[in-house]
Design a protein around this ligand. Structure first.
Ligand SMILES: Nc1ncnc2c1ncn2[C@@H]1O[C@H](COP(=O)(O)OP(=O)(O)OP(=O)(O)O)[C@@H](O)[C@H]1O
Ligand SMILES: CC(C)(CO)[C@@H](O)C(=O)[O-]
Ligand code: BAL
Length: 285
């Protein structure tokens, strides 16, 4: 497995693959890898000749009061895991390598970046769209793999690729969960034992949403059920529960007529966790 700390080195590695006529996949990550990341790697490897993983904790997607400084990191362990998965190359740039000191250009999906998590984390999706554009330009992959756990992020990236005609096929990969249903996330290690024990309520509330949607319930009733489940559990500070059109993230009301996505954000102590589920209303399969 090659490791590249500079744009020039990762470009040289990819150029070799291209000369051999091989297809190239990119899996962008912020490191501290878990089975969720590895499922993206497996999906990428199954469909492409070469797989490149990037590990970069991108400062421009963190707000000034967010957890950039405490974001978990363990590069040696990450590299071991990726080696065992048969990854071809890892791109590990420093912040200085990634960003020019006079950088001025941003990429922003103007509607999607300002709703839902974009309201809780102003500037977050601009940072994500800009760094993903840069990663696409640096690596020039045929395909890129993202988790459905970060559902709005996946929608932002799909819209960006569509609007900018990027020649990259974007693939979403289902959320990998712990045995008790908690969505895997690098931030889970920062939960206290009590919060870790309470956090599966997010998944349980999504089960409730799925059950109620299947009865033909109104959006407001699905939302109330999710809220009820979380509010009656200890420790969870619900930040938002939203039910949107699964494809466009447009608001939906009344009795829904197509697939919906339930999007949750909750604080456990100072850790913000998110989860999501696509649910199909009664008779709409
Ligand atoms: N449980 C999961 N299942 C599938 N994909 C996941 C999972 N968790 C993260 N991913 C995906 O892995 C990619 C890299 O995510 P990232 O490195 O931010 O990890 P994370 O676990 O989401 O960390 P965070 O604590 O920031 O949420 C993203 O496309 C993300 O959606
Ligand atoms: C896509 C990404 C690697 C961009 O920094 C990040 O937002 C993430 O890990 O989901
Ligand atoms: N997985 C999304 C990256 C972030 O929370 O900043």
């Amino acid at each position: 497995m090659q490791t590249a700390e500079t744009k020039a080195d990762i470009r040289a590695a990819v150029a070799e693959y291209r000369r051999a006529g091989e297809s190239v996949a990119l899996v962008p990550t912020m490191g501290y890898l878990h089975e969720g990341h590895l499922s993206l790697v497996r999906a990428a490897r199954a469909a492409n000749d070469r797989t490149v993983v990037s590990i970069f904790v991108n400062p421009t997607q963190f707000g000034p009061r967010e957890d950039l400084a405490t974001y978990p990191r363990d590069i040696e362990r990450d590299l071991d895991l990726l080696r065992r998965e048969g990854v071809d190359a890892v791109f590990l740039p420093s912040v200085d390598e990634m960003y020019h000191p006079d950088r001025q250009t941003i990429v922003e999906t103007t509607r999607l970046s300002r709703v839902l998590m974009g309201r809780l984390r102003p500037g977050h999706y601009r940072g994500v769209a800009t760094v993903v554009t840069k990663l696409f330009n640096i690596v020039q992959p045929d395909a890129a793999y993202f988790g459905e756990k970060d559902y709005q992020q996946l929608c932002v990236i799909r819209a960006m690729v569509r609007d900018l005609d990027s020649p990259v096929a974007v693939h979403g990969v289902p959320t990998v969960r712990e045995a008790d249903g908690l969505a895997m996330s690098s931030r889970n290690v920062r939960l206290s034992a009590e919060d870790r024990a309470a956090a599966p309520v997010l998944n349980a509330s999504l089960d409730a949403a799925e059950r109620i949607a299947a009865t033909g319930a109104r959006v407001s009733d699905i939302k109330a059920a999710v809220r009820g489940e979380i509010d009656s559990a200890p420790r969870a500070g619900l930040q938002s529960v939203d039910i949107r059109d699964a494809q466009t993230l447009a608001p939906v009301q009344g009795v829904p007529s197509g697939p919906l996505v339930v999007l949750l954000a909750a604080r456990f102590g100072d850790v913000l966790l998110i989860d999501q589920r696509v649910v199909t209303p009664k008779g709409k399969t």
